[in-house]
Design a protein around this ligand. Sequence first.
Ligand SMILES: Nc1nc2c(ncn2[C@@H]2O[C@H](COP(=O)(O)OP(=O)(O)O)[C@@H](O)[C@H]2O)c(=O)[nH]1
Ligand SMILES: [Mg+2]
Length: 469
Amino acid sequence: MFESLSQKLQNITSKIRGSARVTDADIKAMMKEIRMALLEADVNYSVVKEFVADMSEKCKGADVMKSLTPGQQIVKIVHESLVELLGETSSKLTVSPSGFTVIMLYGLQGAGKTTTAAKLANILKKGGKRPLLLSLDVHRPAAAKQLEVLAQKVEVPSFIMPEEKDPIVIAKAGVERAKYLLCDTLLVDTAGRMTVDDEMMDELIKIGDFVKPHEKLLVVDAMIGQEAVAVAQSFEERIGLDGFIMTKLDGDARGGAALSIRKMTGKPIKYICVGEKIDNIEEFYPNRMADRILGMGDVLSLIEKAQQTIDEEEAAKSVERMLSSTFNMDDLLAQFEQLKKMGSMKDVLGMIPGAKGKIKEEDIDDKVIDINMAIIRSMTKKERRVPNILNASRRKRIAAGSGTTVQQVNKLVQQYEQTAEMMKKFSKMTKGGKKGFGKFPGMGKMGGLGGLGGLGGFGGLGGKNSPFK
Ligand SMILES: Nc1nc2c(ncn2[C@@H]2O[C@H](COP(=O)(O)OP(=O)(O)O)[C@@H](O)[C@H]2O)c(=O)[nH]1
Ligand SMILES: [Mg+2]
């Protein structure tokens, strides 16, 4: 996400970050570079122009040159300006005081409406709500079926009428079903077309008049670049939106649409989607996004993800064991399980500051976790508890039992030893100085992240490259 822009901005700002002396000409040169980087990332021209002018003004106003750390001061201004551009505060979904909230998704065909509807239903469900997914896509009967399948996957009720051609008839029945099932949120998936057209808008307005959405969200595909901004503007004009959900930011989208859309429409981005899987969705926080773009990592998003997916009790147990230095194979297995729940390793590692670039692609093969889990599961209870009894013949038996090789078993044992060693260090550290978990302030506060210690045992990450040392 934003990789190329992020890289460029990091290069530009790192040049100035440490500077004790910054001249007017330095700032000018830097602004020119930022301008180029943004344009290359496909940010709207007028947005770039205003953004850079604004930043230059702020640099002057802050009297950067006279400050003690002019380089840092400038980076701070760039960061603040980015946050402002992205929308300053995060935008929560509206909840109707009536106890029945209607959220309607709009967008072109293929933007990701149906997928996103299921992702939102999953989030709402996890937040204790009772959503119902309603498909009003009357043009493609397969779309209704697609929604039904996704609804079953996230275990929320859905309502579809694939044969019915009048969306209002379906909407009416859908609302009744939702109320009958005592649902408190209706998520309405609508039909899109290849391009914006009047017929589509008229149909959407008609549906809107009937279901009266509290939240009108446009799902936009970031991959279509500036075109996304044009689409957003036409929907905003005809429908009047409450916000956006940007999808496919995991692809090779340069990010320009995400950076332009707020400024060009005045409406906030509420969620971003970074993959096809149900949990590839994140609440949008301008501040954190700016951190990410400028390479400050996104520890907060990571912690949140960990909190959502890691079993608290399991995590507390493993932290406890870590600290009492009796970390064994069962703990390692539990950590692998939790890591798997968090999603792909690549996504997780992308959020750790400093981890990017330091870890080789081949080291973040998710399959390695599966192999390692299979190996541990082939161990006896005793072997798991007291791994140092794992002699050659036991390793051979385990390899045969798990369908792996002795080399793979050896590698896992080695990783276990490295992780256990690391845990011992943590244990000393926390007993001694209460410094939290080393480099990551705040992680110590959060028991859940204890589970991440397992990263040390994962696919060679426990070696020199471990971000957790
Ligand atoms: N890579 C990626 N693919 C996505 C994302 N969101 C949706 N898709 C895919 O985009 C395609 C179209 O999605 P769909 O929900 O059917 O779009 P709709 O026509 O607007 O309902 C599907 O193949 C989805 O799996 C995303 O955030 N990232
Ligand atoms: Mg659809």
